[in-house]
Design a protein around this ligand. Sequence first.
Ligand code: NAI
Ligand code: MG
Length: 491
Amino acid sequence: MRRIYHLIDGREVPSHSGSYFASENPATGEQFAEVAAGDETDVDAAVKAALRAFQGPWSKITPAERGRLLYRVAELIEARAEELAAAETLDSGKPLAANRHIDLPFCVDFWRFYAGAADKLRTPVVANEPGVHRYAVREPLGVVGAIAPWNFPLVMASLKIAPALAAGNTVVIKMAEQTPLTTSLLGQLCLEAGLPEGVVNVVHGFGERAGAALVRHPQVAKICFTGSTEVGRLIGQECARQVKPFLLELGGKAANIIFADADLDLAVNGALQAGLANNGQFCLAASRVLVEERVADRVTELLIDKARSIRVGEPHDPATHCGPLISRAHLERVSSYVASGCAEGAELLTGGAPPRDLPERLRRGFYFAPTVFGRVRPQMRIAREEIFGPVIGITSFRTEEEAIALANGVDYGLSAYFWTKDADRVHRVASALDAGLVFVNMPQYMVPQMPAGLRKSSGWGQNFGLEALENYTKLKGVYVNYSGKIFPWLT
Ligand code: NAI
Ligand code: MG
């Protein structure tokens, strides 16, 4: 059986305790590897290695040289894209075509962007009075502890590691227990690119053990977390106790507002992409489709029709739109949301269960049919809580004000989408939506250059762009007196 080890101080190592856990292929339910299960001791070894690298070789090279090394990582990811895409599919069940054409190119762009950004951090020199020079500097934090989820493993690992390194930090990352494989491969590529040993360390294991140990570790300068709001709260509490900064990217419950004046075909396609791509397993997923009443019947019909044409199946098949969900446990969680929607009186229009026509060898995989609910009311659980599955619910509205109130009326504030041809409305609604990211007449799309914020229960901090670099620095203001005189006090 294949083994996946920690990567600590440039070496693959088993856990101190010698224990392993199983990694399974979600497409078939078969175990394909055993993974080192890290605990406090492994995390401590990784943090110490990261601290040595931070104080040693990593602090001695120039920002421009850091940038060249990150650029080399981008080139290696590009050169190995095929191998990485295949590994991602094996571990996560994500369709191979999506990994090849979306995730991998995004990772390459992302590393290139932060490679270029490494020597572009700027800080002000503040208007001076005679005899005093004032300037601010941004310094790296030290060891950044990253905790990442399973929905886009390689992208999530890159999102955390690349900007942290660009700003001069070293990293210990704990990838989700469901998807350890590609983060380990990425760690190896970092070494191959010439990053000193200990600059990127990977510790595998469960959240409650390895993740919590990383959060608690006193030599970890900051925690950057993506995952559930529930765990984000726990992490925030522990960080507050230590007065340790943190970045939280948590759940979402995006609305997708379709106004009657929109191009309805485009809007329906976009609503399915924003709701059901990656099986709805992403934080920007728009599981709430809000439709203006006078086009609601037509839009509902189109949504059902198109949702039925989504092909669920083997992730290697180029015709597949959606592979399996991440795990049996998650499949059960999604099923329980469908049951709650039915119990609370929503109308199940299509899907709602694993697809019936799967070939024999996929019967033990974690597949779920794209699901559409009608007559969803805002107080229902399926309209308030993050489902993270291939489930969308339709609610109709009469006025723009009502649509905005519905869209903003949840605890989350990650993203929002709307469709209209009215140019005034574009700016009016974009400004009224309480979300860190707004998409107008398009489904989800992200480029590394473009910053986004995190609001309400969706988290805290800023992502992407040069703005994200600041997450990984601390500011220092320096006052220099060059007048040769001391400031008057006792005169
Ligand atoms: P989770 O929040 O438990 O896991 C995310 C990461 O946090 C994993 O690496 C996990 O090992 C780690 N973790 C878990 N407990 C921890 C702890 N006490 N201390 C430190 N690290 C810990 O999310 P899970 O269980 O995978 O999924 C549950 C739900 O969370 C999903 O159904 C979805 O609604 C939401 N979620 C949201 C994500 C997003 O991108 N916003 C990503 C993953 C999950
Ligand atoms: Mg969990």
